[in-house]
Design a protein around this ligand. Structure first.
Ligand code: NI
Length: 137
């Protein structure tokens, strides 16, 4: 079993807030990420897949193919978008990095199987100091 990781990047806007809280209360709970006028992050996405090495190619998967899957399934939906308003797989969900990692996992899982591997980890880096990892459960 071997693991391989592809990195992709996207820029997106979001706001963390609850309708049931005032702007001040939201600021207390969610900090700067609750700014009513939105804000952006330069996200990094690390997708790790696992499986066996193909004896003919020496690869687990072709990383360019994996990159294209990530781009077509998630990056086009996220890049330069508002996560709260424009991203179908985040519809009705709180726009946290945690939910984003789970949403990205669900978007990618089937396509990774189709190229002969299995999704191992979706890591979403929101800022220099904060990132989330999801392993499918
Ligand atoms: Ni934020």
């Amino acid at each position: 079993m071997i693991h391989i990781t592809r990195r992709e990047r996207f820029n997106a806007a979001h706001r963390l807030f609850s309708d049931e809280l005032t702007d001040e209360q939201n600021m207390e709970v969610f900090g700067k990420c609750s700014n009513p006028n939105w804000h952006g992050h330069n996200y990094e996405l690390f997708v790790t897949v696992k499986g066996e090495i193909d004896s003919e190619t020496g690869f687990l998967v072709n990383l360019k193919t994996l990159g294209n899957i990530i781009k077509s399934k998630v990056i086009v939906k996220l890049d330069h978008r508002n996560i709260n308003l424009e991203v179908d797989f985040m519809d009705g969900k709180f726009a946290s990095t945690e939910n984003l990692a789970v949403g990205i996992w669900n978007e990618l899982e089937k396509s990774v199987i189709e190229i002969g591997a299995e999704l191992h980890c979706v890591k979403v880096v929101e800022s220099e100091n904060n990132y989330v990892e999801y392993y499918g459960s």
